[in-house]
Every structure is written in structure tokens, then in C-alpha cells.
Design a protein around this ligand. Structure first.
Ligand SMILES: Nc1ncnc2c1ncn2[C@@H]1O[C@H](COP(=O)(O)OP(=O)(O)OP(=O)(O)O)[C@@H](O)[C@H]1O
Ligand SMILES: [Mg+2]
Length: 220
């Protein structure tokens, strides 16, 4: 059972001229088994909020508890490797690694043997519906939808069951988008993941179990 508790979290960007309050006193809770959608206008703070949950940035005030542990007090790299995976709109696959090697990467980081990593990676790729012929292909040889599924398979291969996705279907056609949404739903409902997806897409928001909206840094 995974649980993220967000309490009064704020974050601002400071440049030479101004301070931008991107996230303002957000409080909310996320639990495994559910697909959460976060919508909101461009600039409302969605990506910033997700990067706080992922431990990529540190909340300026407030606390984020991941399974009861304060994210600012644990080794965030370790936490991220163990528990939380992030999938972005621009896939972030390693260009010089094949689909299989991309998915093996987090497994090998966990110290799993190459042979076992290969087996588990192939299973994850099968789980996201990719055919075997894709395994040896490099990202640039794959379609956008295929690349996004590899990215999700790689997130699955990481041990944790928290998946954060920032506009994961942003540049996919509607058919591929439907595949990804089905996959995210299946991860939440059948595999007991905690899935949070940031999206502009009303259809994804409609299919989510919980739909939240950000406006000017606040969560409604
Ligand atoms: N690195 C940065 N430095 C300064 N300001 C930033 C930075 N990143 C984001 N911002 C500002 O913080 C606010 C929230 O940005 P954020 O990227 O979280 O919005 P978003 O809801 O994800 O938007 P979009 O839907 O366009 O992706 C915006 O006003 C943005 O201009
Ligand atoms: Mg964004």
C-alpha cells in the first residue's frame, strides 16, 4: 500500500527580478489502487507540484510524506530509485540503449544480475503490450506511442509502485493515447499502483478515479 500525504506545501522560483509562487499551500492525499488526474491551465503549477512529489525539488514549506517518511529527510535519490518513477511527455529514454536495455537499467541499478534483469525487463515490455521485435530497437526507431510504452515499462521495472506521469500522452495520436490511458488504469486497478497523471486532456481526466485541478498554484 503506497500513500503520499501532502501538507501545506509551497514552492517558489526566484530569479533576479521576481519571485514566482508556483505552488501555494497545497494539501492532499494520494493512495495506491487509484488513478489521479491533475488538470489546470498552463503555468498553474502542475509540473512543479509533480517534481516536488518526485523529490526532484524540495518544498519550501510544508511536508510531503511518502509512506509516512518525510521526503525532505530521506535520501531522495534512494527514495526515487526505490519507490517513485516519473514519466514525461518527452520520453527521456536513453538513446544509445535498446528498448530492452532501457528497461533493464533501473533493474541493474538495484543490483539485479544482468540475466535476471533481462528476464524481468522482457516481462515488463510484454506487460505494456510491446511485441518482441521492439526489444532490440533503439528509441529513434520506435513510434512515439512505442517509446512512451517503453518509458512506462521502465517505470514498472523500478521497484516502487508510485508512478508520476507529466502529460504522458501529450504528443500521441488518439489511438496510442487510449492505449496509454488503459495501461495507466490497469496499473492502478489491477497492479495496485498509485498513479498520478498531469494532463490537459479532458478524456483522461474523465477516466481517472479522482480529478484534481490546479489554479494559480492552488489545488482545488
Ligand atoms: N525553472 C523555472 N524558473 C522560474 N519559473 C518557473 C520555472 N519553471 C516554472 N516556472 C514558473 O512556475 C509556474 C508554474 O509552472 P509549471 O511548469 O509548474 O506549470 P504547469 O502547470 O506544468 O504548466 P504547463 O501546463 O504549461 O506544463 C509558471 O508561472 C512558470 O512560469
Ligand atoms: Mg507542465
Amino acid at each position: 500500500m503506497e500513500r503520499i500525504e501532502v501538507k501545506e506545501v509551497s514552492y517558489s522560483y526566484q530569479n533576479k527580478y521576481q519571485k514566482i509562487e508556483a505552488v501555494k499551500e497545497v494539501s492532499c492525499t494520494f493512495e495506491s489502487g487509484k488513478l489521479y488526474a491533475i488538470t489546470g491551465e498552463s503555468g498553474s503549477g502542475k509540473s512543479t507540484f509533480l517534481s516536488l512529489l518526485a523529490g526532484l525539488d524540495c518544498a519550501e514549506s510544508g511536508v510531503i510524506l511518502v509512506n509516512g517518511e518525510n521526503l525532505s529527510e530521506i535520501d531522495r535519490d534512494a527514495c526515487r530509485r526505490k519507490q517513485i518513477s516519473v514519466v514525461y511527455q518527452a520520453f527521456h529514454l536513453f538513446p544509445l540503449l535498446t528498448a530492452l536495455e532501457n528497461v533493464m537499467y533501473p533493474l541493474e541499478l538495484q543490483g539485479i544480475s544482468r540475466r535476471e534483469a533481462r528476464k524481468q525487463a522482457a516481462e515488463c515490455l510484454e506487460e505494456v503490450g510491446l511485441e518482441e521485435k521492439i526489444l532490440g530497437q533503439y528509441p529513434k526507431m520506435m513510434s512515439g506511442g512505442e517509446q512512451q510504452r517503453v518509458a512506462i515499462a521502465r517505470a514498472m521495472a523500478a521497484k516502487g509502485k508510485i508512478l508520476l506521469a507529466d502529460e504522458p500522452t501529450g504528443n500521441l495520436d488518439s489511438e496510442n493515447e487510449a492505449h496509454i490511458v488503459e495501461l495507466l488504469k490497469r496499473m492502478a486497478h489491477e497492479m495496485d499502483y498509485l498513479v498520478i497523471v498531469v494532463t490537459h486532456n479532458p478524456e483522461i481526466a474523465r477516466q481517472a478515479d479522482v480529478c484534481m485541478r490546479m489554479k494559480d498554484g492552488r489545488m482545488n
